[in-house]
Write a protein that binds this ligand. Structure first.
Ligand code: 5IU
Length: 260
């Protein structure tokens, strides 16, 4: 199944403002690489962001794994993000009822709605979960990424569940900017950004269920938009050099598609 429109064109048909922003950012910066900065020390994350910031469209965080977190981390990360022109993605995987996710999004230690340009959401609770995000998303014109498929072995986000997540996205275009998925399916419309984790050049998986594919396979064969790479980059002895390789592989795969 092909999307035969370029990111510039898809920016024009996107409904969520952050989807438009990300499509335009990728087109102008010429990168569809996102990096998962799964480090537990704030300075290590900032160092990584500074060193690879010029190569990426998105930096993905798990804010709750940082051991020395405080609010100075957010302002420092925001400064690096605006200097290098990338967006910040908090992979929170919200899954509770609307009223609770509203608190989890806007309140608590992390106040995610204040700084995250995009956050992940599970659909197990049903589509009314979206209601919990409406106020918080308005603060910065941010977007939701619905979890349509996962990269891990035995994932239960498959089949009819995946279809329901796509439908939830299509029914809530103002809030939902895209999907986390492993492949483009027919019903995934061009206004949505498709992001795929589980990408690494030199490994097929880990001991805890992760499964990897190459950038070329995901972007060219599976036809999604963005690869998310974690350990393949931040555990390399030269993250910047490695990020340049992943960026080139995923961008060349994008450019090799047949557009009209
Ligand atoms: N992640 C996955 N698979 C998924 C989803 C999220 O790996 O299906 I949804 C996250 C977990 C981690 C990153 O933060 O993406 C992948 O990191 P590695 O490249 O280090 O495996």
């Amino acid at each position: 199944v092909a999307s035969n429109k370029r990111f510039e064109e898809r920016a024009k048909i996107a409904v969520n403002p952050m989807a438009t922003k990300l499509f335009n950012l990728m087109a102008s910066k010429k990168t569809n690489l996102a990096v998962a900065a799964d480090l537990t020390n704030k300075q290590e994350i900032l160092n990584l962001a500074e060193s690879i910031g010029s190569e990426i469209c998105v930096l993905k965080t798990h804010i709750d794994i940082i051991e020395d977190y405080d609010q100075t981390f957010i302002s420092a990360l925001e400064a690096i993000a605006s200097k290098h022109n990338f967006l910040i993605f908090e992979d929170r995987k919200f899954a509770d009822i609307g009223n609770t996710v509203k608190y989890q999004f806007e309140n608590g230690v992390y106040q995610i709605s204040k700084w995250a340009h995009m956050v992940t959401v599970h659909g197990v609770a049903g589509s009314a979960i979206i209601e919990g995000f409406k106020d918080g998303l308005k603060q910065n014109g941010s977007g939701l990424l619905l979890l349509a498929q996962m990269s891990s072995k035995g994932s239960m986000c498959v089949g009819e569940y995946t279809n329901q997540m796509i439908e939830m996205a299509n029914n809530n275009k103002e809030q939902v900017m895209g999907l986390i998925c492993q492949e483009r399916l027919q019903s995934m419309t061009d206004n949505l950004v498709l992001m795929t984790p589980g990408v690494q050049f030199n490994s097929t998986g880990d001991k805890m269920g992760q499964q990897y594919n190459t950038p070329e396979y995901i972007i060219k064969e599976k036809n999604t938009d963005i690869i998310i790479v974690g350990r393949g980059i931040y555990q390399n002895s030269q993250p910047k050099t490695e990020a340049i390789k992943y960026r080139a592989a995923s961008w060349n795969a994008y450019e090799s598609k047949n557009f009209n």
